[in-house]
Design a protein around this ligand. Structure first.
Ligand code: SPV
Ligand code: MG
Length: 431
C-alpha cells in the first residue's frame, strides 16, 4: 500500500481540503500532517485553535487514515520520517513564495522516487468567504494583541518593520521572499513616530497628536493582521499615558514603547546635537507603573526605552535604568544607540542578560546596521525593528520622479522605473 501525504495549515475544513483527500485516496493510504503552531505563526497563519484540536479535526475526516505533526514548513521532517510515495497539494503552490516549498519537496521526493501531485486549487465564493472570515478573525483585537508575546515566547527574533499607512501596512503584511530554500517575512509592524510624522509633513516632536496617530493605526489595522508595536514617544503626561494604554489595548495593539525623556522630545538620532532632557528614573518608573496599573488585559506590553547611550550618559546609567524600569513593571527594554558600530549595544545586551535572562530586549539598528539578526539574537535580543527604511527608500524615489517630470516636461522618461498601470490598479484586492 502506497502512502499519500498532504499537509493542512487550517483551523477550518472546506471543500478544497475535502477535494485533496478524495484525490489522495485514489493513490493509497492518506496521511495528513498538522503543521505545528510555531511554523503556522511564523508564516502568519496564526492558529485560532490548538494543535490538539486541529489534529482531532483532521482525524475526524472521512478518508484520512493517519494524522501526524509536521514541524517544518519545508516538509523536511515528514519526508525523512514517512518517506511518502506521493505528496499532494493544491496547484496554487506552483507560484509565489510557496513555490520554494514545492521545489524543496520535489527535490527531496526525487531522491527515492517519490512524486508530487498537484490538484486543481479550489477557489470559489465559499472558500473565499472562509479565507476572509479567518483573516478577519486574526485581525480581531483579542487575537492580534497577544500575538507579540506568542512570537517572543517562540524564541526566534521578532522581525519588525515600520508602517505608517494602509499601503506600507500591506507591504509589511504581504512581503515574503525565498532565499536559499527558506521563506522569510516580517513578524510585526512598528508605528514609528518619525515616519508617521514625516508622512504628514510634520517634525518628529510629538506634534502629531494621539487622535491622528490612532487614525494611522486604524488605517493599518484595516488591511493587516500582524501585531503592532506603537512608538509612544515619551508617553506624554502620566495622567494622559494611562488613557493611551487603555485605547491601544482596546484597539488590539500589542505594545507601546515609551522613552525616558521629558519636555520637548526630539528624534533620538539627533543625539546631543539638540537639547533633549532625560527623565529621572523615578519619573519614568512612575509612568511605567501607572500604565501597568491601568492596563486591563494580560497581553499588552509596556516597553521602556532607554536613551542613556543616545544622550552620552554612559553604560552604567543605561543598565541602572534598565533594571529599575523592569522593577517598575516594564515588560521589555529597548536600548537605543546612534553609533555606527554596534559595540555599545552588544555590551549593553550582554551585561543586561547576565542578570536578567528573560525580559525581552528590543533594538532599532538604523545606525548600527551592519549587525545581523542572528548576531543580535546571540546577544539576547528578542525584537529587531527596521524603523524607517521604507520611508527613506520611498522618498528619494518619489523625489527623483518629480524632478525628472519637471526636467523633461513629460512622464515618458520616468516610465521605466514605474510600476505598471495594470499593477497599481490591481494592487489592492476588492472584497
Ligand atoms: C522612530 O522610528 O520614530 C523611533 C526610532 O523612535 S528613532 O527614529 O531611531 O528614534
Ligand atoms: Mg520615535
Amino acid at each position: 500500500m502506497k502512502t499519500v501525504y498532504t499537509c493542512f495549515c487550517t483551523d477550518v475544513i472546506h471543500e478544497g481540503h475535502l477535494n485533496i483527500i478524495n484525490n489522495a485516496k485514489k493513490y493509497g493510504r492518506v496521511v495528513v500532517g498538522a503543521l505545528c503552531d510555531k511554523e503556522l505563526i511564523r508564516f502568519n497563519k496564526f492558529p485560532t485553535t490548538t494543535l490538539d484540536e486541529r489534529i482531532k479535526l483532521y482525524q475526524s475526516l472521512e478518508g484520512v487514515d493517519e494524522v501526524v505533526i509536521q514541524n517544518s514548513s519545508m516538509y523536511d521532517d515528514v519526508i525523512e520520517k514517512l518517506h511518502p510515495n506521493y505528496i499532494i497539494h493544491g496547484d496554487n503552490w506552483k507560484s509565489g513564495a510557496a513555490s520554494a516549498i514545492r521545489g524543496n519537496v520535489v527535490k527531496k521526493l526525487a531522491e527515492y522516487g517519490g512524486e508530487v501531485i498537484d490538484v486543481s486549487y479550489t477557489y470559489n465564493p465559499t472558500v473565499k468567504k472562509i479565507d476572509a472570515q479567518l483573516k478577519e478573525k486574526l485581525a480581531m483585537p483579542e487575537y492580534r494583541r497577544k500575538r507579540l508575546r506568542q512570537l517572543i515566547e517562540m524564541g526566534q527574533i521578532v522581525k519588525t518593520i515600520e508602517a505608517h499607512s494602509g499601503l506600507t501596512g500591506l507591504i509589511a503584511e504581504k512581503t515574503v521572499v525565498e532565499h536559499e530554500g527558506q521563506l522569510y517575512q516580517f513578524d510585526a509592524m512598528w508605528i514609528s513616530s518619525l515616519c508617521d510624522s514625516t508622512a504628514k509633513g510634520k517634525p518628529d516632536i510629538e506634534l502629531v497628536d494621539m487622535t491622528s496617530r490612532f487614525r494611522t493605526i486604524d488605517d493599518i489595522m484595516e488591511v493587516t493582521t500582524k501585531p503592532i508595536i506603537f512608538d509612544g514617544d515619551t508617553g506624554g503626561l502620566t495622567e494622559h499615558f494611562v488613557y493611551t494604554v487603555r485605547s491601544l489595548e482596546r484597539m488590539g495593539v500589542s505594545a507601546i514603547i515609551i522613552e525616558d525623556k521629558k519636555g520637548l522630545k526630539k528624534n533620538s538620532l539627533f543625539g546631543t546635537e539638540v537639547k533633549q532632557t532625560q527623565a529621572t528614573i523615578e519619573e519614568m518608573s512612575a509612568k511605567i507603573a501607572a500604565g501597568k496599573a491601568a492596563q486591563l488585559s494580560d497581553d499588552f506590553m509596556i516597553i521602556a526605552r532607554i536613551e542613556s547611550l543616545i544622550l552620552e550618559q554612559g553604560m552604567d546609567d543605561a543598565l541602572t535604568r534598565a533594571f529599575a524600569f523592569v522593577e517598575a513593571g516594564a515588560d521589555g527594554i529597548m536600548i537605543h544607540s546612534r553609533k555606527k558600530n554596534p559595540a555599545e549595544i552588544v555590551e549593553f545586551c550582554d551585561k543586561f542578560r547576565k542578570k536578567d535572562k528573560t525580559t525581552p530586549i528590543v533594538v532599532v539598528p538604523s545606525s548600527f546596521n551592519t549587525i545581523t539578526e542572528e548576531e543580535l539574537a546571540a546577544h539576547g535580543v528578542n525584537i529587531v525593528i527596521y524603523a524607517n527604511q521604507l520611508t527613506r527608500s520611498a522618498f528619494p524615489a518619489m523625489q527623483q520622479t518629480a524632478e525628472d517630470i519637471l526636467r523633461y516636461h513629460r512622464a515618458k522618461e520616468v516610465d521605466d522605473r514605474l510600476m505598471s498601470i495594470k499593477d497599481i490598479i490591481t494592487l489592492i484586492d476588492e472584497l
